[in-house]
Design a protein around this ligand. Structure first.
Ligand code: SF4
Length: 639
């Protein structure tokens, strides 16, 4: 039997209802067709997830998947990706995190874990040496992420292990519960933690024991060094390492693109109080890096004393800072650090969590909700104490927290009274802390048509017009120069976005951290370098264009998945606030002028029908996605 290189060649299937684990061989054709990571997951989700399934039922799937690069010396490749149907949106769900869990899952012998069923009692999954075992976790149920991780580590002895766990929020089916690995690395968005909780799966523990073979070690190592040199000589990457993502607070505020007061404006006059400078000077212990990372953007911080005293933990990231800070007009950095710690330890997505609370504050301020709704709580801008009280209430679904645990979209539907107008979401997923009105119209497209809803990172941070770089994508067809960041249609924006999105799918399939593609000033992780690394690692010859074609398959399978789940063109639209002018600051008056035309231009670039958003038959045929074509035909959703 021919050996695998880069890939372990093993797929673990876990049926929690039956308490069974089965190891299968990876299909030899898949690396060329889908590369790995979310590419493999999209194929499995299309083939095996029953259409219209309740994502919190025993029939749903939860997939953990790593890329071929994961666990190797390829810089920035230590990632884990999760795929599932989102309990928050009812559409495609995916989420990524760094740390070391992805690498340890591969060292334990697996490229992918496909989990189905629901256990009768809480369990965790233990991986070691190409074997897997379901173990009792009754004693861990109810614990926070940190408590559970510590308890598991004690239980398994001196071994170095990596733990991916859920906290109380996942157990309580908070719809935006996250999966946290290595204590603080959050696979945050779209509710994977709730899916895991619904299966009574508390954790997955990866302890290693296997290696990863490299096809051409000498060439691969030399390419890794070459990539490392390019990345570390890139000023953009190094600034990212020095100041972390929180460095974005001051720069986005200066341009008027720092989401503030539930996206009413893009400017927060006290931004300096929640900046990277404020964090580094007073609360940061050190920088941290994920497995195989040469950037090291992660912060490690704490609050020594006072009412927001917080033990050392990773973060806070830019998104968290904005969602618990400017979005709620809160300028107290200590409260933000505490918020980050609580959210991660309970296992909740900080973006939806903070955004949902800010939405509630605005609804309260406008008199759309009152103390009868909140159980007596007064919601006010800048009130950090009430903000943190709500975090506890949501994690444990207490009182008003039970409603907010559904996210702002569902909560507003239940309340009504005009609160729906204040929700900033696409497909039910709240906008992250990047404002397309001020920052880049690529974001407007991505928010509108992205498979998991409004997201700045999946498939990729797309604002290459703002960064003014091509990241080597011209070689695979990126129109150049890119349009001015605020120009909308008739400037090749749809065509350019297509290449950018596919680059994101390449990154997510290979196992890379998105930041390696988002901060490049000299194309340090460009498509041809990725192709050379891939070929020397796996022995599978693929050039950049072939890898992009595989990525296009993944992108279209996710689209097909969503169409099967009921997606229509109306779901690909931006919230009202994005077409409303920014109220103040340097970007005052800016808005998305032509959201429908932006979406339609992107549809055409992807080979989707302009009127319906359905994938054209010719596109599916070009990509050899025959089963997908048949599946969509059977429900009348092929153009
Ligand atoms: S850049 Fe940041 S998130 Fe990405 S791998 Fe490095 S430390 Fe992790």
């Amino acid at each position: 039997m021919e050996e695998w290189h880069g890939y372990t060649g093993n797929v673990l299937r876990v049926d929690l209802g039956r308490g069974k684990v089965v190891i299968e061989k990876l299909d030899r054709a898949w690396p060329k067709l889908y590369v790995g990571g979310l590419g493999f997951a999209s194929k499995v989700m299309w083939d095996e997830e029953p259409p219209k399934v309740d994502p919190l039922s025993k029939e749903s799937l939860l997939i953990a998947t790593a890329g071929p690069m994961t666990g190797t010396l390829a810089p920035g490749s230590g990632n884990i990706f999760w795929a599932f149907k989102s309990p928050q949106t009812g559409f495609w769900g995916e989420t990524r995190s760094g740390g070391k869990f992805g690498a340890f899952m591969k060292y334990s012998g697996f490229d992918m874990i496909i989990i189905r069923g629901r256990s009768e009692r809480p369990v965790y999954l233990y991986l070691e040496d190409c074997k897997a075992e379901i173990r009792d976790a009754t004693h861990l149920w109810g614990m926070t992420v940190h408590e559970a991780t510590n308890a598991i580590k004690e239980e398994v002895g001196a071994k170095e292990v990596s733990v991916a766990a859920i906290g109380p929020a996942g157990e309580n089916l908070v719809r935006y519960a996250s999966i946290i690995n290595d204590y603080d690395r959050a696979a945050g968005r779209s509710g994977g933690g709730a899916v895991m909780g619904s299966k009574q799966l508390k954790a997955i523990v990866a302890s290693g024991g296997c290696g990863i073979r490299v096809y051409d070690p000498e060439r691969f190592l030399s390419l890794c060094y070459e990539a490392q040199r390019a990345i570390t000589s890139d000023s953009g990457n190094m600034v990212m390492g020095m100041h972390g993502t929180i460095g974005g607070v001051m720069s986005l505020n200066a341009m008027g693109g720092l989401p503030t007061q539930n996206f009413r404006t893009g400017y927060f006059e006290n931004a300096y109080r929640v900046s990277s400078d404020a964090l580094e000077r007073n609360y940061m212990i050190k920088r941290r890096a994920c497995h195989s990372c040469v950037i090291g953007c992660s912060r490690y911080s704490y609050v020594s004393s006072g009412k927001y005293a917080t033990p050392p933990n990773e973060g806070p990231e830019y998104e968290t800072v904005d969602m618990a800070g400017p979005m709620a007009l809160n300028d107290n950095m200590e409260a933000i650090i505490r918020f980050n710690y609580l959210a991660n330890n309970y296992g909740m997505d900080t973006i939806t969590l903070g955004h949902t609370i800010s939405w509630a504050i605005e609804a309260y301020e406008l008199g759309m909700i009152n103390e009868n709704d909140t159980g007596g709580l007064k919601l006010r801008w800048g009130d950090a104490d009430t903000f943190l009280t709500l975090v506890d209430m949501i994690a444990y679904r207490r009182g008003f927290g039970n409603l907010l645990a559904e996210g702002s979209y569902v909560a507003s539907k239940r309340i009504g009274r005009g609160t729906e107008e204040l929700v900033n979401h696409v497909k039910g997923l709240e906008l992250p802390a990047h404002d397309p009105r001020a920052e880049s119209k690529f974001l407007a497209i991505q928010y509108a048509i992205g498979p998991r809803g409004a997201c700045h990172e999946h498939p990729i941070y797309p604002s290459y017009d703002l960064m003014g770089v091509d990241a080597g994508m011209r070689e695979v067809g990126l129109p150049w120069p890119l349009p001015d960041r605020l120009e909308e249609v008739g400037v090749n924006r749809g065509k350019a976005y297509r290449i950018i999105a596919l680059f994101g799918e390449v990154i997510n399939s290979m196992g890379y951290c998105n930041f390696y593609a988002a901060t490049v000033a000299k194309g340090s992780l460009n498509p041809s370098r990725i192709a050379r690394l891939y070929s020397s690692l796996t022995g599978i010859e693929m050039n950049a264009r072939e890898i992009f074609e595989a990525a296009e398959r993944t992108w279209n399978i996710k689209r097909a998945f969503n169409l099967r789940e009921g997606l229509e063109k109306a779901h690909d639209s931006l919230p009202k606030r994005m077409t409303t002018p920014i109220l103040s600051g340097p970007s005052k008056g800016l808005k998305v002028e032509k959201p429908k035309e932006l979406v339609e231009e992107a549809y055409e670039a992807f080979g989707w029908d302009k009127e319906t958003g359905y994938i054209k038959e010719s596109t599916l045929q070009r990509l050899s996605l025959r089963e997908v074509l048949e599946g969509l035909k059977s429900i009348g959703k092929v153009a």
